[in-house]
Design a protein around this ligand. Structure first.
Ligand code: NAP
Length: 284
């Protein structure tokens, strides 16, 4: 058993398979989730359960957070039973959610005031990569704290790289997800255009997946389009959040503006489905 005790907050599409990697690597993991119906699977493989973030941090050395957005982070740190209401001196918080660099800087300051460290460590990759410990992890914050937690990050990812001070990981992640949005809209529009001109989806994707611009994303999302399966690995509403955060820190290009507009329009109907459900909006 590894001696570092880990607290895990957030059991969504990503949080469950990521925490599972740590349990499999023989870490002691205590979990907390806002709604209580998602804890069972991890409990079965050895996770302990805490009732609040405050309770969770009292029994752990490192707390990892994987929740939706800035509002969730506020709640988890600053809520009445939040992390900052506890004694946190000497502990390390790792926020792996895709959030703004501004909220990371605020939480970093608040943690430092209480003698704790904060790292932003968002991830590239989706549920499949989370299930196999193959995420790409980008980190901002104190170098010594990063080196201390790198072994556990490497249980969840094939690489964990520190890019600079607090917020640097968040900025890199927002840049990557801007490309994800442009690419997803481009893929959807390409399939719809080819269909309109009489080319079958399967035939087009077969060519794309064997051609010069083949990539794993097109393979996975192409299979989803063919199967008409829009079960969320990455919910469409989250890409609206990410493009909005990127815009707030200065992304103002013509393509990014178009993508934000498209995904915003698609959210009302398809926000809870996978982001490639944007193809249904493009068709309409
Ligand atoms: P998700 O399935 O929507 O899960 C969101 C999690 O956040 C749930 O545990 C939810 O709790 C919790 N949460 C939301 N609001 C909260 C609040 N106010 N207080 C406390 N907890 C709150 O999201 P996900 O797909 O796992 O993604 C998590 C993060 O990783 C997001 O920032 C996302 O952008 C990023 N990300 C996702 C992917 C992907 O492919 N899915 C890939 C890379 C990065 P409840 O269960 O109570 O709702």
């Amino acid at each position: 058993m590894n001696t570092t005790k880990i607290g895990w907050i957030g059991l969504g599409n990503m949080g469950i398979p990521m925490a599972e990697q740590l349990l499999k690597a023989d870490y002691a993991v205590t979990i907390y989730n806002r709604s209580k119906d998602k804890e069972a699977a991890l409990k079965e493989i050895g996770a302990l359960i805490a009732g609040t973030p405050k309770e969770l941090i009292a029994v752990t050395d490192v707390v990892i957070i994987m929740v939706s957005d800035d509002a969730a982070i506020e709640q988890i740190f600053k809520g009445p039973e939040g992390l900052l209401s506890a004694e946190i001196s000497g502990k390390i918080m790792i926020n792996m959610s895709t959030v703004s660099p501004a909220i990371s800087k605020e939480m970093d300051t608040l943690c430092k005031e209480k003698g704790a460290q904060y790292l932003d460590a968002p991830v590239s990759g989706s549920v499949k990569q989370a299930e196999t410990g193959q995420l790409v992890i980008m980190v901002g914050g104190d170098e010594t704290a990063f080196e201390q937690v790198k072994p556990m990050l490497e249980k969840m990812g094939k690489m964990a790289v520190r890019l600079g001070d607090t917020g640097a990981g968040n900025v890199a992640k927002l840049a990557i997800n801007s490309l994800l949005a442009l690419y997803t809209q481009g893929l959807a529009e390409t399939v719809v255009f080819a269909n309109q001109q009489g080319i079958e989806t399967e035939d087009l994707l077969n060519l794309l997946n064997n051609g010069a611009i083949a990539n794993i994303f097109t393979k996975i999302k192409g299979d989803a389009i063919i199967a008409d399966n829009y079960k969320p690995a990455f919910a469409l509403k989250h890409i609206v959040k990410d493009l909005t955060l990127a815009k707030a820190i200065g992304l103002d290009s013509p393509l990014a503006k178009t993508a934000l507009n498209t995904f915003e329009e698609a959210t009302a109907k398809y926000g809870e489905e996978d982001l490639i459900a944007v193809i249904k909006h493009v068709k309409e």
